[in-house]
Design a protein around this ligand. Structure first.
Ligand code: TRP
Ligand code: ZN
Length: 885
């Protein structure tokens, strides 16, 4: 809780630390009603900061100082100063040793930052600034130290004692206690520190590295979850191999551990040698986790593992550089997932997510550059912009340099900066130096916020056989009011002739054509590219693979979009043409609804999707993606003013029409795949994911027709499926159906069967929270009283409240403001015990600019109420005050 107005921190104020910490020796004595932390810090003046001995200012929050020694001499009151976030003292020599003992209270730590308890186990979360809640320290990423950690705890309740690095000693203690000491040979910043103590079981395996070292792999979980670790272990081994093959990166310790905890603010954390994971990002088996959950586990295991190089061996100088590790690591995990599954489908899912959620962030009050230049609370900057847009920026470098040039750049980056804390500029410099290129203008992607618009026009000269594309880029204003200079926008494109064949691409001035798909760089506000030898008016396929995170517009008509859906050689653009067609059709329905006209669906959408459905040559996962209409959230994002009801009515009408018109094709696809599911045991691999994706989207359409044979198929799938993917889809379509008896029964049976599995119950909450049927808020409020709900557990909050406010737009945005009032009450409550989660749950209210004036007033009134409620954490204060500014 803050006692004064939180203050803004600026990148331009960065200064290297006054002191360094060469060694950090920690001893934790864990007890049920408190814990003691002894820290011995071997320190010296930072030579970079010159001579002289300024005061030493250590970070520390909520710590009770028990003892303090400087070079073995006890310090007394008057020798040091304490305030609510610092300990200040005067060193007497260039090099010295500081010993502190503090008392802390993990048993009452509900913020889940620092040392805390999740159920009966002790665990830590230190990124970004949690270590200061453990001991007095220079808690900043450019202070890197060698750590040894001893953990002492009661033997019976905490048989497993873990920390970073390698185990070097252990033994029994007094009074039924025992201890273990770990040594991490690699220097690291405090945010990568970790400790775990608990009654845990582990699954063990080994991995042999490229240079033939054997690494022990262990996944630690609570005993009841020991049967849900195999998928994560397989994913880990695949990740280790992939990073060797694709980036030349080997693992560097003798042991790599993952621990699953139930109470965790985020997905997972890359602590050196001891990754700590939200149990939702580790545990997966057919009966309890969906295909999406399996894929998420694989991606997060890879992400955290990849941080060992992009984050740990080379870390961030300061938190403004967060995207240095996060953007790059997301790019790396996306490459991995693309290689393990369908690359096109992975790209489609990532782009749909980026366009819906990151573009909304970029257009809202919290918009910030990939490398922010100021913040109040760094926890608020673990954003879609830093992660997802940051990954797109790295991806554009990859596109511009090509795979080999990019690899040369990453090799140089890792070699040059191993063991250092560096900046985004250092990353770019390595890419430039390895390739002899100048990325000065490109770097604007790091410093300018907002999503660029790219308007494209064409002209064909039949006599000269030339075809010109003119690109106009602009970037809308953002809260920083910064003037935007032109970006470097790589546009991958192709030109299709009237038969759908690709035309060889030769730019004016070039000696010969160079392929049929190529990347051009738009670098000016307005720029024209002229292609020669173009025998007929072509149809352009633009921004293939979504080669830049921009909003591209080209005046396609619906017939042209249908043509691209059929003929584009770029799978991503085939999908995107379908999305653009759907958007046009849906926007027409929205307008009809607003005018009080009766709704009529353009039959071209039906016939386009009919062809997709019957195209046996398409990957089934692609068919499933192409059958998915743009979400209500995406339709909101692309609206000037979002009409909540019209969007919902239009989209539901289109789904209903598609279901009726495509019934036979959908039924065929459903039955064929359902049949395969019945006959073959579940496997977590791409081809199985693909056929279940199509089976399930088909079922969700089919159930809109209320036909009795569909209901019985759904009930059969619900009762007899051997996996959660099929079972949960059946449950979801029942929940959204008018079959009240079957719905109630299914919900009850499901809850009874899975009441002992919190992750499955999260799914049960989400399915209900996301249902657009009337009365959504009342259902959510009732579910908050369910015994499986627990507001202190972030997964439960996300499953119920997050799903309601983020996905159930028609209910959340109820015209009477009840959804807004509910969310504001909840944020005020969460603020009292978990500021990070409170601040994240706030996001939907910050989007008020998108809605009509009545809703805007209601949303702003709730933000005002939160601001006035007092006792706000820096996290919530920053988001609320910026949203109202
Ligand atoms: N570095 C983590 C990642 O891999 C992010 C993270 C995990 C985090 N837990 C956190 C960030 C808690 C802030 C607070 O993405
Ligand atoms: Zn990360």
């Amino acid at each position: 809780m803050r006692t004064e107005q939180p203050k803004m921190i600026y990148l331009k104020d960065y200064q290297a630390p006054e002191y360094l910490i060469d060694e950090t020796h920690l001893t934790f004595e864990l007890f049920e009603d408190h814990s003691l932390v002894h820290a011995q810090l071997v320190m010296r003046r930072n030579p970079e900061r010159g001579a002289g001995l300024p005061p030493l200012v250590l970070d520390g929050q909520h710590l009770e100082l028990v003892s303090l020694k400087l070079d073995d001499a006890d310090l007394r009151q008057g020798d040091y100063q304490l305030d609510d976030s610092h300990l200040t003292l005067q060193p007497k020599a260039q090099a010295f040793t500081l010993d502190t003992t503090v008392r802390i209270h993990p048993e009452t730590n509900t913020a889940l930052e620092g040392l805390y308890k999740s159920g009966s186990m002790f665990c830590t979360q230190c990124e970004a600034e949690g270590f200061r809640k453990i001991t007095y320290y220079l808690d900043r990423p450019d202070v890197m130290s060698k750590f040894t950690t001893t953990v002492v705890a009661e033997q019976h309740s905490y048989p497993v004692l873990l920390s970073n690095g390698n185990p070097i000693a252990s033994g029994p203690g007094e009074d039924g206690r025992h201890w273990a000491t770990w040594e991490d040979p690699f220097k690291k910043p405090a945010y990568l520190f970790a400790l775990v103590a608990g009654d845990l079981w582990c699954v063990e395996d080994t991995f042999t590295t490229l240079s033939e070292r054997t690494v022990a792999l262990r996944i630690y979980v609570e005993p009841e979850n020991i049967d849900k670790c195999q998928h994560a272990m397989t994913s880990l081994k695949k990740s280790m191999r992939w990073d060797e093959e694709v980036y030349g990166r080997e693992y560097d310790l003798d042991i790599f551990m993952i621990v699953a905890v139930n109470d965790f603010n985020m997905g997972a954390m890359e602590n050196k040698g001891l990754n700590i994971f939200n149990s939702s990002a580790v545990l997966a088996r057919a009966e309890t986790a969906t295909d999406a959950a399996h894929q998420r586990v694989e991606a997060i295991v890879a992400h955290e593992y990849f941080h060992n190089w992009s984050g740990n061996r080379v870390t961030c100088r300061d938190w403004f550089q967060l995207s240095l590790k996060e953007g790059f690591t997301v790019f790396r995990d996306a490459g991995f997932s693309a290689d393990m599954n369908s690359a096109t489908v992975k790209r489609i899912q990532d782009v749909a997510y980026l366009r819906t959620h990151q573009f909304a962030e970029d257009a809202g009050p919290m918009a910030h550059p990939v490398r922010p230049d100021s913040f109040i609370e760094i926890s608020n900057f673990y954003t879609l912009t830093v992660y997802e847009k940051g990954s797109e920026v790295v991806g554009m470098i990859h596109t511009l340099l090509g795979p080999e040039g990019f690899r040369k750049g990453s090799d140089l980056y890792f070699e040059r900066h191993d063991g250092q804390a560096v900046t985004c500029d250092d990353f770019i410099k390595a890419m430039e130096d390895a390739n002899g290129v100048d990325l000065t203008q490109f770097k604007r992607w790091y410093s300018q916020a907002g999503t660029p618009r790219l308007a494209v026009g064409e002209s064909y000269d039949a006599a000269a056989k030339t075809y010109s594309l003119t690109f106009r880029q602009s970037c809308p204003p953002t809260p920083d009011k910064m003037e935007k200079l032109p970006f470097v926008i790589p546009v991958e494109l192709g030109l299709l002739d009237s038969q759908g064949a690709e035309i060889p691409l030769r730019l004016a001035g070039e000696a010969a054509a160079n392929g049929t798909s190529r990347v051009i760089s738009v670098t000016e506000a307005e720029q024209t590219f002229t292609f020669v030898d173009i025998p007929e008016q072509p149809l352009p396929s633009l921004l293939r693979g979504f080669s830049a995170p921009v909003k591209l517009s080209f005046p396609y008509n619906r017939d042209q979009l249908m043509f691209l859906m059929q003929h584009d050689s770029d799978g991503f653009n085939r999908w995107d043409a379908g999305q653009q067609l759907s958007v046009q059709v849906l926007q027409e329905l929205i307008a009809q609804h607003q005018q009080g006209a009766s709704l009529t669906l353009d039959p071209r959408l039906v016939s386009a999707l009919r062809s997709v459905l019957s195209d046996e040559s398409l990957d089934q996962a692609m068919v499933a993606e192409m059958l998915s209409l743009p979400s209500e959230a995406y339709l909101t994002e692309i609206s000037e003013v979002a009409d909540v009801e019209a969007i919902h009515v239009a989209r539901e009408f289109a789904r209903q029409q598609l279901a009726e018109n495509l019934f036979e094709g959908l039924w065929l696809r459903y039955e064929a795949n359902r049949d395969l599911s019945k006959r073959t045991p579940y496997m977590a691999e791409a081809e199985h994911f693909a056929r279940r994706a199509l089976q399930n989207i088909a079922l969700s359409y089919l159930m809109l027709t209320d036909k009795p044979e569909v209901l019985s198929a759904t009930l059969d799938q619900f009762d007899t499926a051997d996996n959660m993917t099929e079972r949960l889809t059946a449950l979801a379509v029942l929940v959204n159906s008018p079959f009240e008896t079957e719905k109630a029964k299914a919900l009850e049976v499901f809850a009874e069967n899975f009441k002992g599995n919190p992750l499955v119950m999260d799914q049960w909450f989400s399915v209900q929270a996301g249902s657009p049927l009337p009365g959504g808020l009342a259902r959510v409020k009732a579910l908050m009283e369910h015994p499986a709900f627990n507001i202190k557990n972030p997964n439960k909050v996300r499953a119920l409240i997050g799903a309601f406010a983020g996905q159930n737009l028609i209910n959340f945005h109820a015209a009477d403001g009840s959804g807004y009032r509910f969310l504001a009450d909840l944020v005020i409550q969460l603020n009292g015990f978990n500021p990070q989660i409170a601040s994240r749950q706030l996001a939907p209210l910050t989007r008020w600019r998108k809605y009509d004036s009545a809703r805007q007033a209601l949303m702003k009134a709730e933000l005002e109420r939160i601001l006035a409620s007092g006792g706000l954490s820096a996290d919530v204060f920053e988001v609320v005050s910026k949203s109202l500014a």
